[in-house]
Design a protein. Structure first.
Ligand code: DPP
Ligand code: ZN
Length: 868
């Protein structure tokens, strides 16, 4: 497979004004007839080009131009293209193809999930349905007819509005859908199945009634409420904050069990992975509730940032994803705690995105080349892309940013555009020059900012110096300086914010040079700097903190994010010291800091719950030059146990303070915080082998009326030394929930994710379990993915068995589902982080995959780039 390059972009040679599709769905396969109204693109640089259509695994049965069959010598099918020569400037092309959704295991195009037909077309799945110009800058009107057996598939859905429906012979029926909005084919969707429908209504700000419908399999009929509530909140929020109203009479969500991504924003017909939309208190954790709310919002927001204004080409993916992730983050912050949302996002960014930025697949937010676009639905395009939009928001301020987004939506409505177009709108409304800033889109890698400071008591001057650099990444050895908005505050000895020259207590500095200094005048005494407040830029920050400074910031910083981060840094320094000097004593300063946190009932309890969690093993690995996984695990475990032992009384008080009486389950911030605190305390106590806590956990496990508490107790048991109770609880949990896929996935993850229950033999046993199915991405992720990404001591076992196992699974999966295979291999690509012996073993595993025969382009790209 060959890479394609952004610099090679050319406008399409033909445009499709209208697309008419007819689907005849059968148990053996499906016939798809397509009628395309085509014309030459006046903006094309090739006025005599042949018509070239994309198509994969299609059996072409007929082809006609303007109603006349095309002669065999005038067209050819080669590889993934159908070429038709000597076509007129304007014509109708009709093709008829036969496809086999039942045999489709890659879950792209049209496929069967459980008893229903469904589709996934982004990025390039539509070409598996019919011959088409499958690129996002070809936008067309769609009219879709679906015919199928009426008893098996009573519900027939596609984009837009249903304009006709009726009964046919032989027990079949049909429906016709018309979408009044032009769209690229990646936003096409079709669903046919026997589904329950829950309805609701939303009245838009201009008074239009929109019918909301959620379609699920009948067994999930009682899991629709939260999805619909989240949808209505999202619709109202997008009107309030961005002035964006919904534009069709009906909005539909469908839940399917087999899905590669989390969800898909098809116009008017969003399709969701069941695990990202189905919820009820008995089966869904608080995290699940919040995740669903965020994903429903994300997909809904795409209706404007993605659908009405879409991407010119797939290099621009972050145009819609970065912006939409930023929008959903703002939404979640508004729905709950701003600080906590920020902490969660930064945690993902610093552990996983920074690792991606430093790995072999490192790429800019706007990639310059790729082999397989599916590999670029990444943390960099999504999360770092959102950080880039967030920095623009910081640089412009909320008001100008809103003007910029209004301009963007009105100027480019109905068009396929670029990240440059987006930035240009922001420049135009604000008058701010973002030329240098745009390097964030073009340069890969995580910038490092090294800060030093000096206080001169004689002149009462406080000088801060900032040095920025960015490590080399594949294909980019030299980096130019970034434009970095760096938010800062200064604390005096009493912990109060010092007023800064801008009249506020936080100031945003513009770092644009490799080295820059800033002097604050009239500072009474050596201040404690609060650096990079709110994590104002996605950078690695280096500053020589003392433990005392960190403890001080932990209790005094007025910036909630930095309060939390100071605690994390303190714990990191402590654990890093234990790793390097071999000591196993947890210093008093950490214990005291934690004691203060646990006893703090004044501060936002959601923030307190976050502050109680130690940095993860993944993050400690990310921070290490050469990571010793076993040692990191050991030190973190010991730290947890010692904290649990030293703070036993405080933790017990915390647990009891947060036991809720019998009031009904609610997902508001305070209730969630109480459950988190209680379950965190329980887990810390149980780790120390506390018998009283064991009884609490067993009682909670039995009596829980919601999944957060039930699985909270189960997780505490799993991580405890009480082997028998753990085994019993795990097995009774399965008995209780075996008929619920979403709970079984959680049950798998809990076991795969830690060494007590997820050593390699246990993982292999889970894969033999009746509930496991390697064709189902959720099950595969919850067993194999969780093992390789979270159960680090087992995955990095000394004998290399974890690596060999993963390689075996990846090879097997690649033949079924390349997208999933290529994601799953990621942990092996991080070999540079580990010892020489581990590196050798990991590369050997990669080499075995590479030489294992016919690889998908997806897997080929990741594996070959990782071995360079
Ligand atoms: N469905 C995926 C998302 O919303 C891809 N567009 O991010
Ligand atoms: Zn998205």
């Amino acid at each position: 497979p060959q890479p394609i390059y952004l610099r090679d972009y050319r406008p399409p040679a033909f445009l499709v004004d209208h697309t008419e599709l007819e689907f005849d769905l059968y148990e053996e396969g499906a016939q798809v007839v397509s009628r395309l109204k085509l014309r030459r693109n006046p903006d094309s640089d090739n006025a005599r080009a042949s018509l070239v259509l994309d198509g994969v695994e299609l059996e072409l049965r007929s082809i006609m131009i303007d109603g006349v069959e095309v002669d065999a010598e005038r067209y050819s099918v080669e590889g993934e293209h159908l070429e038709v020569r000597d076509v007129p400037d304007e014509f109708e092309l009709e093709t008829q193809v036969w496809i086999k959704p039942q045999e489709n295991t890659c879950l792209e195009g049209l496929y069967k999930s459980s008893t229903m037909f469904c589709t996934q077309c982004e990025a390039e799945g539509f070409r598996r349905i019919t011959y088409y110009i499958d690129r996002p800058d070809v936008m067309s009107l769609f009219r879709t007819t679906i015919r199928a057996d009426q008893s098996l598939y009573p519900v027939l859905l596609s984009n837009g509005n249903e304009v006709e429906a009726g009964v046919l012979e032989d027990g079949r029926h049909f429906a016709v859908w018309e979408d009044p909005h032009r769209k690229p084919c990646y936003l096409f969707a079709l669903v046919a199945g026997d589904l329950h429908c829950q309805k609701d209504v939303f009245v838009t700000s201009s008074g239009r009634e929109v019918e909301l419908r959620m379609y699920v399999e009948h067994r999930n009929a009682n899991k629709c409420d939260h999805g619909l509530i989240s949808l209505k909140k999202s619709m109202a929020w997008d009107e309030d904050v961005y002035g964006r109203e919904y534009d069709l009479d009906v909005f539909m969500i469908v839940a399917v069990d087999d899905f590669n991504m989390g969800a898909m924003e098809n116009k008017g017909l969003n399709i969701f992975n069941s695990s990202c939309v189905l919820a009820k208190p008995e089966t869904t954790t608080d995290n699940g509730y919040q995740r669903i709310e965020a994903i429903v919002a994300h997909e809904y927001f795409h209706n404007w940032s993605g659908n009405r204004v879409t991407c010119r080409d797939w290099f621009q993916l972050s145009l819609k994803e970065g912006f939409t992730v930023f929008r959903d983050a703002q939404f979640s912050a508004d729905m709950g705690s701003d600080t906590v949302k920020r902490i969660e996002d930064v945690t993902v960014l610093r552990t996983a995105q920074f690792a991606e930025d430093a790995g072999p697949m490192s790429h800019p937010v706007r990639p310059a080349s790729f082999i397989e676009i599916s590999n670029f639905y990444t943390l960099t395009v999504y999360e770092k892309g959102a950080e880039v939009v967030r920095m623009i928001h910081t640089l412009l301020g909320a008001e100008k940013f809103r003007q910029g987004s209004d301009l963007y939506f009105s100027r480019f409505d109905g068009q396929a555009v670029t990240t440059d177009d987006f930035v240009a709108c922001m420049e135009e409304v604000s008058g701010i020059d973002l030329t240098q800033f745009k390097r964030w889109y073009e340069q890969a890698g995580t910038p490092v900012i090294r800060v030093t400071d000096f206080y001169d008591p004689d002149t009462r001057e406080y000088r801060l110096t900032f040095r920025q650099s960015c490590p080399a990444t594949p294909q980019q050895t030299e980096k130019l300086p970034f434009h970095i908005p760096f938010a800062i505050g200064l604390l005096d000895a009493s912990g109060q914010d010092i007023a800064l020259p801008n009249g506020a207590t936080t100031q945003v500095l513009h770092l644009t040079e490799p080295e820059q200094s800033l002097v604050f005048q009239n500072i009474e005494a050596q201040p404690v700097p609060s650096l990079l407040r709110g994590f104002s830029a996605p950078v690695r920050l280096e500053y020589n903190w003392s433990l005392e400074q960190l403890k001080f910031l932990m209790s005094h910083d007025s910036d909630g994010f930095n309060r939390w981060d100071a605690g994390q840094k303190l714990a990191i320094v402590v654990m890093q010291n234990m790793i390097s000097d071999g000591s196993r004593d947890v210093p008093e300063i950490l214990i005291e800091a934690y004691r203060k946190v646990i006893n703090d009932t004044e501060t936002d309890q959601a923030l307190i719950a976050k502050m109680l969690s130690l940095p993860t093993e993944q993050y400690l690995i990310e921070l290490a030059d050469e990571a010793d996984v076993q040692l990191i695990h050991q030190v973190r475990e010991i730290t947890q146990e010692k904290l649990g032992g030293a703070l036993r009384e405080e933790l017990k008080a915390c647990f009891q303070r947060n036991v809720q009486s019998s009031e009904a389950y609610a997902v508001d911030a305070l209730s969630i915080a109480k459950r988190t605190l209680r379950n965190t305390a329980l887990q810390m106590l149980l780790k120390t082998g506390d018998e009283e806590a064991l009884q609490w956990a067993l009682d909670q496990f039995q009596a829980a009326s919601n999944m957060t508490d039930q699985i909270g107790a189960l997780a505490a048991l799993v991580h405890s030394p009480f082997e028998n109770d753990r085994a019993q609880a795990l097995s009774s949990f399965y008995d209780q929930w075996q008929s619920d896929n979403q709970v079984v996935e959680q049950w798998f993850s809990l076991q795969s994710g830690n060494p007590k229950t997820g050593h390699l033999q246990a993982i292999k046993a889970l894969m033999q379990h009746a509930a496991f199915d390697i064709r189902n991405p959720n099950k595969t992720r919850s067993v194999i993915g969780v093992f390789a990404n979270q159960n680090l001591t087992c995955f990095h076992a000394e004998d290399g068995s974890g690596y060999e196992f993963l390689a075996d699974q990846v090879i097997q999966l690649d033949a079924l589902n390349p997208q999933i295979a290529s994601r799953l291999v990621t942990p092996l690509t991080r070999w540079r982080k580990y010892s020489e012996v581990r590196q050798g073993q990991m590369k050997l595993a990669l080499q075995r995959i590479k030489s294992g025969g016919k690889l998908s382009p997806d897997l080929f790209e990741v594996v070959s780039k990782s071995l360079v």
